[in-house]
Design a protein around this ligand. Structure first.
Ligand code: SF4
Length: 257
């Protein structure tokens, strides 16, 4: 298993399929993983294999590291399309997440004006008002729902803290469509997220939430669970087609559907 951790607080800029030139912020440990989910496809590996380092950076450390990096990139004329919260786990579990979003927006406005601020989140903490409000301030809140079936969410995402799919969907409605929905499609011996009934129920969720953009994607790197198989572009295009015809903006593996 060759899953991989981010090994610093600030990463990149690196090229991202979905976000272009992306400067990453890892609010989680540099040598560990902390997440409210433990997805079978997580590129960072299982939570239990990365429990040794539980140290989170403080907001002051983030401000210092981000400011230094942004200043240097500005000086060197390096283009950054996105300042992206991702990293070794779920960024919104950081106790200072809301404060760090404010800091990041200020640093962006000062040094990297062209960059969008993006948060890749599993949406498990949006029941918290401060997290929800912080996500509403960023340019790209990219929020995950992998299945509309709670038992499948439990099998795929394996939440390990407070989580209710129904509650998450209710809280997503508060974004009034001003968010990006991310959903992964893949197959295993026991699961097939491209199955027709699951695809139709997922499309109905999209129709209900009306996200301004939908990012469909499949596996890209090694996964901690064995035997997972990518969904093909054709399968994902077929799932996307009715929504595309209804006018939704959809990307598949970073390409326009
Ligand atoms: S939500 Fe993201 S970081 Fe957390 S386990 Fe799933 S894929 Fe990994």
């Amino acid at each position: 298993m060759a899953t991989k951790l981010f090994e610093s607080l600030i990463v990149g800029p690196i090229h991202s399929r979905r976000l272009g030139s992306s400067l990453g912020i890892n609010l989680l440990p540099e040598h560990g993983k902390i997440c409210s989910f433990d997805c079978i496809y997580c590129e960072c590996g299982w939570n239990k294999d990365h429990e040794d380092d539980r140290t989170l950076p403080t907001s002051r450390q983030v401000e210092k590291a981000l400011t230094e990096k942004a200043k240097q990139l500005h000086k060197d004329g390096v283009r950054v399309d996105s300042i992206t919260f991702s990293g070794n786990g779920e960024p919104t579990i950081h106790p200072e997440f809301a404060k760090i979003v404010d800091i990041t927006l200020k640093v962006r406005d000062k040094y990297l004006k062209e960059a969008k601020v993006s948060v890749l989140s599993n949406a498990s903490m949006i029941w918290k008002e401060d997290v929800r409000k912080a996500l509403m301030k960023v340019d790209n809140p990219i929020l995950k729902i992998d299945s509309t079936d709670e038992s499948l969410v439990r099998a795929i995402n394996r939440p390990n803290a407070r989580y209710s799919l129904e509650e998450t969907i209710e809280n997503l409605k508060k974004f009034d469509g001003n968010f990006i929905l991310q959903t992964i499609f893949f197959k295993s011996e026991t699961l097939d997220s491209t199955r027709k009934d699951l695809a139709e129920s997922w499309r109905n969720l999209v129709r209900e939430l009306k996200p301004r953009q939908i990012m469909m994607y499949t596996l890209d790197r090694d996964t901690p669970a064995q035997g997972l198989v990518k969904a093909s572009m054709e399968e994902m295009r077929e799932i996307a087609l009715p929504l595309k015809e209804e006018g939704f903006c959809i990307t598949i593996n970073g390409e326009k559907a």
